[in-house]
Design a protein around this ligand. Structure first.
Ligand SMILES: *[C@@H]1O[C@H](CO)[C@@H](O)[C@H](O)[C@H]1NC(C)=O
Ligand SMILES: *[C@@H]1O[C@H](CO)[C@@H](O)[C@H](O)[C@H]1NC(C)=O
Ligand SMILES: *[C@@H]1O[C@H](CO)[C@@H](O)[C@H](O)[C@H]1NC(C)=O
Ligand SMILES: *[C@@H]1O[C@H](CO)[C@@H](O)[C@H](O)[C@H]1NC(C)=O
Length: 453
């Protein structure tokens, strides 16, 4: 309804309302809360005359290139700048913006770099959009102090590496979108501190290895997407930290379903949520099979002298008489009931957040081959028994060849959100709902008329 916009424009400017005298040309302004809407007008720079008291500013779909200190004022709560051509953000642009809650800088492909101070002090910020910004790295500390942040969109950049603890202050983060980047590894402390994370999307990267403890803090994670990466191996122990997990996608990776896949296979068999297929690419003879549908017999040959030795140490360590030290010490934490109970066993320690003091391989990662062949006869027996109740019928409920609805929404939200993300009271700004506008305008004009008299 483009006519709507025009009506509004003529009414406001035609009457020359004193309150709107400072509304920028080609923008539309609304009071309480003060809102300035300037989207899609080919602005090459932040327009002059934005009222200081503005709380919402919509500047998306223009050609704005730089953001400088003084362009906006600290009363700002919501700022949309997506789909511009921002190449530079002065690190002081948002200094002291205590009220800022939502900052959308997405789809500014030439941005490429951020200063570490850019978001400093934005303690109320709850959504930060940086998707499609051509970022190849993130400066250390760029998210520090963002204690209120709940949504962080970093997808579709060129990020290759995430420093340890880069998200450490984001205690309230719920959604972290990192898909469509160039990440190739996840470290032990990459995600440290994300204790409230609900959804972690890292699909469409180049992940080759994931540290065994990479997910140790993600106790509330319900959704993990790792599809379309380069993972040949992922230890079940990695996933065992994720006690709230419900949706897992691992498809589109070159899975090696040899003996080293057994811990993942075991974990998948116990997993009660829904998971994608896990199609094997190797070894010979396994290609095209789904790891989830392999049986205990497929891992039978993995029982070697090493694992027989482990059965002994298992018995030994669970008697709590002595801490097993020696050549195979790095296996001991797993044997303390974890393989069977995934850390839920009351008397046994859950998956340790850090390597044990006695661990010989603190840097060991999930692509390590050290833990193959660990399965006991009891486990095999239990596995066979469990197999019947397992094989859940999730295929009907969730089709994992398509992205689940929730994230489709979220993803769509990132690229074209105006229609379904209009803040209450500013329907006008999106230009897609006019009835409410007309009514409130009429009321407003009535009040004005009274005042003028
Ligand atoms: C956006 O900025 C880049 C870098 O300054 C420039 O090369 C490009 O032409 C600009 N794009 C548009 C559409 O103005
Ligand atoms: C996290 O969010 C809750 C509620 O949204 C808030 O009460 C709490 O203060 C936030 N935590 C921090 C550290 O800001
Ligand atoms: C995985 O990536 C390939 C190539 O990049 C693409 O064709 C395919 O659609 C992707 N798969 C999914 C499930 O997105
Ligand atoms: C992780 O394991 C893989 C395969 O064994 C190895 O290539 C890689 O270097 C290891 N990375 C670390 C940090 O240990």
């Amino acid at each position: 309804m483009p006519g709507c916009h025009l009506d509004l424009f003529f009414i406001i400017f035609g009457l020359q309302l004193p309150f709107f005298s400072s509304c920028p040309i080609n923008c539309v302004c609304y009071p309480s809360p003060m809102t300035v809407s300037c989207q899609a007008h080919n602005f090459g720079a932040i327009p002059e005359g934005i009222p200081e008291i503005s709380e919402r500013i919509f500047l998306q779909n223009n050609q704005i290139t730089t953001l400088l200190r003084g362009h906006f004022s600290p009363s700002l709560v919501t700022l949309w700048l997506y789909s511009n051509n921002i190449t530079f953000i002065d690190p002081a642009t948002f200094e002291g913006f205590d009220n800022l809650e939502e900052l959308d800088l997405g789809d500014n492909r030439y941005l490429r770099a951020l200063s570490a101070d850019t978001f400093q002090g934005l303690s109320r910020l709850h959504a930060l959009y940086l998707y499609k910004c051509g970022l190849s790295s993130l400066p250390t500390g760029v998210f520090s102090g963002l204690h209120s942040l709940q949504f962080l969109y970093l997808q579709d950049n060129h990020i290759e590496f995430l420093q340890d603890d880069i998200f450490i202050d984001l205690v309230n983060l719920s959604h972290l979108f990192l898909h469509g980047n160039k990440l190739w590894s996840l470290h032990q402390n990459t995600f440290r501190g994300l204790v409230n994370l609900d959804r972690l999307l890292i699909h469409q990267n180049q992940l080759q290895w994931v540290n065994k403890y990479a997910f140790h803090d993600l106790k509330r994670l319900t959704t993990l997407f790792l599809f379309n990466n380069s993972l040949a191996e992922l230890q079940g122990e990695c996933l065992a930290h994720l006690s709230a997990l419900e949706f897992l996608r691992l498809n589109g990776n070159p899975w090696d379903c040899g003996c080293k896949a057994r811990s993942l296979w075991e974990w998948l068999r116990r997993f009660r949520g829904s998971s994608s297929n896990v199609i094997c690419e190797s070894p010979d003879g396994m290609e095209g099979r789904d790891l989830k549908h392999l049986g205990a017999e497929d891992f039978m040959h993995c029982l070697s002298s090493e694992s027989l030795h482990q059965i002994k140490t298992h018995t030994y360590s669970t008697t709590h008489q002595i801490a097993h030290k020696g050549h195979h010490s790095h296996h001991s934490s797993k044997e303390k009931g974890k393989d069977l109970d995934l850390g839920l066993h009351q008397n046994e320690p859950a998956a340790p957040p850090d390597p044990r003091p006695g661990s010989r391989k603190p840097g060991k990662n999930c692509t390590s081959h050290k833990n193959r062949n660990r399965i006991s006869k009891t486990q095999l027996g239990k596995s066979m028994h469990d197999l019947q109740d397992y094989v859940p019928d999730y295929h009907h409920k969730f089709n994992f060849d398509t992205v689940p609805t929730a994230s489709t929404k979220r993803k769509a939200k990132c690229t074209r959100r105006t229609p379904n993300r209009v803040p209450s009271g500013v329907q006008q700004a999106a230009g897609n709902r006019c009835d409410g506008v007309r009514v409130s305008l009429l009321l407003f004009l009535l009040v004005l008329a009274v005042i003028v008299r």
